[in-house]
Design a protein around this ligand. Structure first.
Ligand code: IFM
Length: 449
């Protein structure tokens, strides 16, 4: 007798996938004529990345891409979200394409399709060509125009192989960690520049989306954000409004221009920020995408506080009771439901995907080498249950991508934080499946739980 394996909480066409990013997994920084990215430069500056580590080797996926596809096939996912390294395709950030770079991503995408896995290509997951940073980077308008050219080139060259496109991954990080706090490449620390970068990232997104539609692209194109809505520490109205104010930099600053064609004025006024808008920009930015990707890991709690020049919104984080992951981030599955509801309720309805969700833990192997990562399994299970509640509540959630396929270069934390379903031996590159790999394989197969 046939035994059904479909999880009744999700429709059969719900997408189960995993996500990765070029600089975090590929290695081979010079292969095939790849140019330098801002992360190559940043990692070489002492003190920027833990123990002076870099993505020079990472998971060696540039060479082991077939091994990665074999793992994905075994995992049984329907989709693989990877990113394309702009400096592999345009080593200097503009001009004629580098064939070797395009060929690499074409082979990867076609190899995935041969196995029945849908490629989801992200055009920009933070590895800006260094040549463009040398000309001013994202705070400069020309970078948005260069991004649109690069995107158009990718659509023309790879459009036959890729039908799901993401323009930018977490532009908040590019703008505010890259140009504000300096924690990420290029390591600049100017608050006003981070807002200029935010505008040009959005403009680049809008121009790319327009190029896709004008070029007759027949697939789907969207944007991936890392929205955050801290919960109010109490039900006092002042704490609740502080929580809403605290959310704007990660939500309305991106979603208002896209869906309303305007920036959240109060947020900008409180900081004396004037966005470098040129007539026509807001129309370009506000072309509706096919979907919004939500990357969710944790939720903070805040209360009202006196505004300061650093934090004119007047909120302060408060202590929480939740368990923490190795990143020190709270484990709060209900927060996933809350952020999805917030987005679905405040901006026009569009398809939503959870494009990243996962947890870093210490992952100490047993004596026999087995990695019993029960903490990660519990984390995934509870968040998938929250995703199921979102579907039941009628939120148009169409898919879930776990972060991440394998342990990789976690930016300024180097290799010290492991989010993978698969462990990677840093010396040999050998991949070892963790228990969570087998758990997620069951989820993708429809056994649920
Ligand atoms: O590793 C990152 C990824 O590159 C972007 N989203 C968050 C992940 C975990 O920090």
């Amino acid at each position: 007798m046939h035994r059904s394996s479909s999880d009744p909480r999700f429709s059969p066409d719900f997408i189960w996938g995993v996500s990765t990013a070029s600089y975090q997994i590929e290695g081979s920084p010079e292969a095939g004529g790849r140019g330098k990215s801002i992360w190559d430069t940043f990692c070489a500056i002492p003190g920027t990345v833990l123990d002076g580590q870099s993505g020079d080797i990472a998971c060696d996926s540039y060479r082991r891409w077939k091994d990665d596809i074999a793992l994905l096939r075994e995992l049984g996912v329907k989709a693989y979200r990877f990113s394309m390294a702009w400096p592999r395709i345009q080593p200097e950030g503009s001009g004629a394409p580098n064939r070797a770079g395009l060929d690499y991503y074409r082979r990867l995408a076609n190899g995935l399709r041969d196995e029945g896995i849908e490629p989801w290509a992200t055009l920009y997951h933070w590895d800006l060509p260094q040549a463009l940073e040398d000309r001013g980077g994202w705070p400069v308008r020309d970078t948005a125009l260069r991004f649109a050219d690069y995107a158009g080139l990718c659509f023309r060259e790879l459009g036959d192989s890729v039908a799901n496109w993401v323009t930018l991954n977490e532009p908040w990080c590019s703008a505010f960690l890259g140009y504000g706090s300096g924690e990420h490449a290029p390591g600049r620390t100017d608050r006003a520049e981070s807002y200029a970068a935010a505008h040009h990232l959005l403009l680049g997104h809008g121009l790319a989306l327009g190029a896709y539609r004008d070029g007759g692209g027949e697939g789907r194109i969207g944007l991936v954000l890392n929205p955050a809505l801290p919960r109010a520490a109490s039900t006092r109205p002042e704490d609740e409004s502080a929580a809403l104010r605290a959310s704007v930099e990660r939500t309305g600053l991106w979603l208002d221009p896209i869906y309303r064609g305007t920036y959240p004025v109060g947020h900008l006024h409180a900081r004396d920020i004037v966005m470098p808008i040129v007539p026509g920009d807001m129309e370009t930015i506000s072309a509706p995408p096919d979907f919004i990707g939500v990357n969710y890991y944790n939720e903070d709690a805040v209360q009202s506080a006196a505004p300061t020049s650093e934090n004119p919104d007047g909120f302060a984080q408060v202590a929480t009771w939740q368990d923490k992951t190795a990143m020190g981030w709270d484990v709060e599955p209900e927060g996933l439901l809350r952020i999805l509801s917030f987005i679905a309720g405040n901006w026009p309805e569009t398809d939503l995907y959870i494009t990243e969700n996962g947890a870093a833990y210490e992952d100490v192997p047993d004596q026999d080498g087995r990695i019993r990562d029960s903490g990660r399994i519990a984390y995934l299970r509870d968040h998938i249950a929250a995703a199921a509640r979102a579907v039941i509540a009628g939120i148009p959630l169409r898919g879930y991508f776990a972060w991440t396929l394998m342990d990789n270069f976690e930016w300024s934390h180097g290799y010290s934080k492991r989010f993978g379903l698969v462990a990677v031996d840093r010396k040999t590159g050998e991949r070892r499946r963790k228990d969570s790999f087998h758990y997620y394989r069951d989820v993708a197969a429809g056994y649920g739980r």
